[in-house]
Ligand binder design. Structure first.
Ligand SMILES: Nc1nc2c(ncn2[C@@H]2O[C@H](COP(=O)(O)OP(=O)(O)OP(=O)(O)O)[C@@H](O)[C@H]2O)c(=O)[nH]1
Ligand SMILES: [Mg+2]
Length: 308
């Protein structure tokens, strides 16, 4: 176990070569995100699901079809042996991921092939020895209890095998735009789910991987929110907003780790000051990485990915 009082780190630019990434898009959500061009080009892409017809419309990448039942039973194999493939399917999936520094597994939890496929994707990432980072949504409250219960069961299995699982509730979108029709809300969610991928790629390089892997191990269930401000005292305003976020709940629960992706930090805000203010929220012994995720035309934007 890494020490709990890791010094805060500021990363002003990525070290080493650019990260090599792979994507595993699971179920309907993962498939749509692969299809929408929200992810960077030039990386390995695999769609996992049971809907062969819908998957056939994908223009790039590998398609791996299995029934939801097969995916579920593969997902439920004991996680003790996770460095060994649990099935031929998992072995083949892992072989597509070999060479990736980090594999992003993307799914909407609560359905069948997506949520179970994500667990299999995370297992395959472990077999391929790449960092398995899962980005998963939780169904809208309105979708009902049984879907949300299944999402919770899938998440439990996921955290056994993924290096980290970033969980984003669909309700987040409706709380910001309550009248948005459901299809538009899902489309907005697609870009929210893809956003951490781009933040990681802009912020970290190959020489940052060891540190990143240790950092992710501190808090394997992660939550995310962002705040932006384009007037005076931007550092203070964004951190105050993150402190009030109902998705991070920093007022009532103590984080185990955090990554702050800072956009516009060069011109509109000071990274060291943002870090200092965030530590007042998170507790001064919380290990935090503050990373420069690029410039913006206007204002400061900070995305906090917080581990619990
Ligand atoms: N962001 C996003 N979320 C979606 C989309 N479609 C469904 N969802 C959400 O994700 C959950 C899982 O649905 P899918 O991603 O379709 O997963 P699946 O395993 O194919 O599920 P079923 O179609 O229900 O069998 C749903 O309960 C919705 O909350 C989508 O296109 N984009
Ligand atoms: Mg579906």
């Amino acid at each position: 176990m890494p020490p709990s009082n890791v010094e805060p780190v500021i990363i002003r630019s990525p070290s080493g070569r650019p990260l090599t990434v792979a994507f595993v898009g699971c179920g309907g959500t993962g498939r749509n995100i692969l299809a929408e061009g929200l992810l960077p080009d030039g990386s390995a892409r695999v769609a996992v699901g049971s809907d062969r017809l819908a998957m056939a419309s994908l223009k790039t990448g590998k398609l791996m079809v299995a029934s939801a039942r097969e995916l579920e039973s593969n997902a439920m194999i004991s996680s003790k042996s996770v460095r060994l493939a649990g099935s031929e399917f998992e072995k083949e999936l892992a072989s597509s991921l070999v060479g990736a520094d980090i594999t992003f597994i993307i799914a909407g939890l609560g359905g069948l092939s997506g949520g179970w496929g994500a667990v299999v994707g995370a297992r395959a990432a472990a077999v391929s020895r790449s960092i398995g980072f899962c980005v998963a949504s939780v169904p809208f409250s309105a979708e009902g209890g049984s879907r949300r219960e299944r999402a919770a069961t899938q998440l439990k299995a996921l955290i056994q095998v993924a290096d980290a699982s970033l969980v984003i509730p669909n309700d987040m979108i409706l709380s910001e735009a309550p009248n948005l029709p459901i299809n538009s809300a899902l489309r907005v969610m697609n870009s929210v789910l893809a956003s951490p991928v781009n933040l990681f790629l802009r912020s970290f390089g190959s020489d940052d991987l060891d540190m990143l892997e240790k950092h992710l191990a501190l808090g394997k269930i992660m939550a995310m929110d962002s705040a932006e401000w384009d007037r005076d005292n931007a550092e203070f305003a964004v951190i105050e907003a993150l402190g009030k976020s109902r998705w991070l709940e920093l007022g009532t629960r103590k984080p185990k780790s955090a990554i702050l992706f800072i956009e516009g930090g060069g011109v509109h805000g000071d990274m060291a000051e943002i870090l200092r203010l965030f530590l007042r929220l998170a507790g001064k012994d919380c290990p935090v990485i503050a990373a420069n995720a690029g410039e913006r035309k206007q204002g400061l934007r900070v995305t906090a990915v917080v581990g619990f």
